[in-house]
Design a protein around this ligand. Sequence first.
Ligand SMILES: Cc1cc2nc3c(=O)[nH]c(=O)nc-3n(C[C@H](O)[C@H](O)[C@H](O)COP(=O)(O)O)c2cc1C
Length: 160
Amino acid sequence: MNTAVIYYSLEGNMDLVARKIGENEAVDLFRLIPQKEYPTGKISKYFWGGKSVTFGERPKLTNPTIDLDHYEILVIGTPIWAGTWTPPLNTFLHDYSITGKKIILTATHLGGGADKCFEKMKISLNGNTIIGTFQFKEPLQQMDEHIDEKIETIRTLIEA
Ligand SMILES: Cc1cc2nc3c(=O)[nH]c(=O)nc-3n(C[C@H](O)[C@H](O)[C@H](O)COP(=O)(O)O)c2cc1C
């Protein structure tokens, strides 16, 4: 089945997961890029990112329109910011009408987990079938021992 991995990543953790999912599969990767990227400095990323997520911002993206009709499965990926998904994903969820898809939710985080975010996202993606949720603790720092197993399970779901 045609699969799109649609994700945001500021500092590469979610990007690593997305690329691993894409390695052995005929999947299309779409990294959401805001017109004005968030800063990556230790303090400024929490300040500007935190402010943006708190105010429910929907930053403009530079990506060309994605033809969702082409895909049966969407893998949606986001870092966790303040317990929820990131503003660029907010833009994506707002701009596209997503229904009738099989969806795999993925998130990276620093230890707070993604359960709450996934629960909220499931509500926001009502009208689709969530076929899996996978969270990764800071994969770039190799804090997640089970990254390869989780990626393998995602690949199995995509191939099914
Ligand atoms: C503004 C901001 C808020 C964050 N809030 C959380 C949080 O609530 N819980 C958590 O576990 N990690 C939090 N983090 C850490 C990121 O989720 C984590 O580092 C993630 O893996 C980064 O993904 P990326 O490298 O793809 O950008 C936050 C990071 C930023 C910049």
